[in-house]
Design a protein. Structure first.
Length: 433
């Protein structure tokens, strides 16, 4: 799906559909009948006209994760409820100077986000730039996980799975388990990888092949650098250039220890452990065609020259006394309340936010709409401009970001992107005006 004459128009039908997953007839939640939903190809300056048709019995809504668009009205508004059987017309404008990169869409109806994403609702968004690199193949790889019961329904998370953030037994790449990719030696491919898992951290690696990291989220590496692996928190995306060498390699997640709640009492069997994602078979005649240089990329802006007018601190918290005797998740010991404003920001401000994690597990911090530049990770200054929309806040640690509130006044949210934690209350409201 591509925009035409600056307008991207589409209908997204949300329904429960039978799709084949791992040889099982699975009853997944789908956008337009498939898992993942269709990929949107956009350009900066585009106007988006999206009709969301909800054919479920339960409510849902739509969030364009990472896009810097207005959160107001029928924009990227996380407070909307599109009831079962209803439809809604979203309107968004991508600014003329919107960064190129990989983004994604998924539902954001508080309390149901983990269930709906784990059930199959996600799709990729690519904002194409002007410096596209010639490649043999462009692959958009949406990585997700889910667990299917023998009757093909998606498993409900158990209490401890929900507390830790549920991870699925099946790792899917574009809805398939361990797909096979074919290429010829010397070919260069663009891999745009989305971590659409509800809670799983991915540490992507492709041993035996050369991976060049072009960017993560809206951030661009300048110059692009060779990497052995890339850590993607739930919600993050990686933009990679892979040059194929003869042989068979496996695309894997190496695993990441994200800790567990209550000093291990909640059980954390293999949380975000190693997993195989896909197999790459490179054979046949050598192709010298893609040997061209990677064009120079414009360096991302650096907010460190700007004096932050305001500094704030917020802490990701977890304690006893949650609903039904469970854990209480929140920011600053308060669970999410859509009616309360937790942070009031002046439009145009650059602010410095310190996000602390007082718990025994890692939490990926995500802010909607407004771009974040990470300047400090657990006490260590970050050298280069590093733009992210999901940042890991390690157990007991902290991060520091600069946030640019130059545009898009309105109300939106920040939250933990372990979606079970978000649903359990680790989310808060920011109002920019
Ligand atoms: Cu992908 Cu509010 O998040
Ligand atoms: Cu988001
Ligand atoms: Cu969390």
């Amino acid at each position: 799906l591509r925009s035409q004459n600056g307008v991207f128009r589409t209908e997204l039908v949300v329904a429960r559909t039978e799709v084949e997953v791992a040889g099982i007839k699975a009853h997944m939640l789908t956008y337009n009948g498939s898992v993942p939903g269709p990929t949107w190809l956009l350009r900066a300056g585009d106007r988006l006209e999206i009709r969301l048709v909800n054919n479920l019995v339960e409510p849902t809504n739509l969030h364009t994760h990472g896009l810097a668009v207005s959160p107001e009205g029928n924009g990227d508004n996380p407070f909307l409820t599109i009831g079962g059987g209803e439809s809604f017309d979203y309107r968004m404008e991508l600014p003329e100077d919107h960064p190129a990169g990989v983004f994604w869409y998924h539902p954001h109806h508080h309390g149901m986000v983990a269930d709906q994403v784990f059930g199959g609702l996600y799709g990729a968004i690519v904002v194409e730039g002007d410096d596209e690199i010639p490649v043999s193949r462009d692959r958009v790889l949406v990585v997700s996980d889910t667990t299917l019961m023998t009757d093909g329904t998606v498993a409900q998370g158990s209490h401890s799975q929900v507390m830790n953030g549920r991870e699925g037994e099946l790792l899917l790449v574009n809805g398939q388990t361990q797909p096979l990719f074919a290429a010829r030696p010397g070919e260069r491919e663009r891999w745009r990888v989305v971590n659409a898992c509800a809670s799983r951290y991915l540490r992507l690696a492709l041993p035996g092949q050369d991976m060049l990291l072009l960017g993560v989220d809206a951030g661009h590496e300048s110059p692009p650098r060779g990497v052995e692996d890339v850590l993607l928190m739930p919600g993050n995306r990686a933009d990679l250039l892979v040059t194929m060498r003869r042989g068979t390699s496996t695309f894997v997640s190496l695993g990441h220890n994200r800790g567990s709640g209550m000093m291990g009492m909640m059980g954390n069997a293999d949380l975000s452990g190693p997993a195989t994602l896909a197999t790459v078979v490179v054979e046949g005649e050598e192709t010298p065609a893609d040997a061209g240089v990677v064009p120079d990329r414009v360096a991302d802006p650096d907010l460190r020259d700007r004096d932050p007018g305001n500094r704030r601190e917020m802490t990701m918290t977890m304690g006893m006394g949650g609903m039904g005797g469970g854990m209480a998740f929140g920011f600053d010991d308060r669970p999410f309340d859509g009616e309360r404003i937790d942070q009031s920001v002046t439009t145009g401000a650059v602010e410095e936010w310190t996000i602390r994690n007082s718990t025994t597990m890692d939490h990926p911090f995500h802010l909607h709409v407004w771009p974040m530049q990470v300047v400090e990770e657990s006490g260590t200054r970050v050298a280069e401009p590093m733009w992210r929309d999901v940042v890991n806040v390690p157990a007991g640690g902290s991060i520091k970001v600069l946030v640019d509130f130059a545009r898009h006044p309105g109300r939106s949210v920040y939250h933990c992107h372990i979606l079970d934690h978000e649903d359990a209350g680790m989310m808060a409201v920011v109002d920019v005006g």
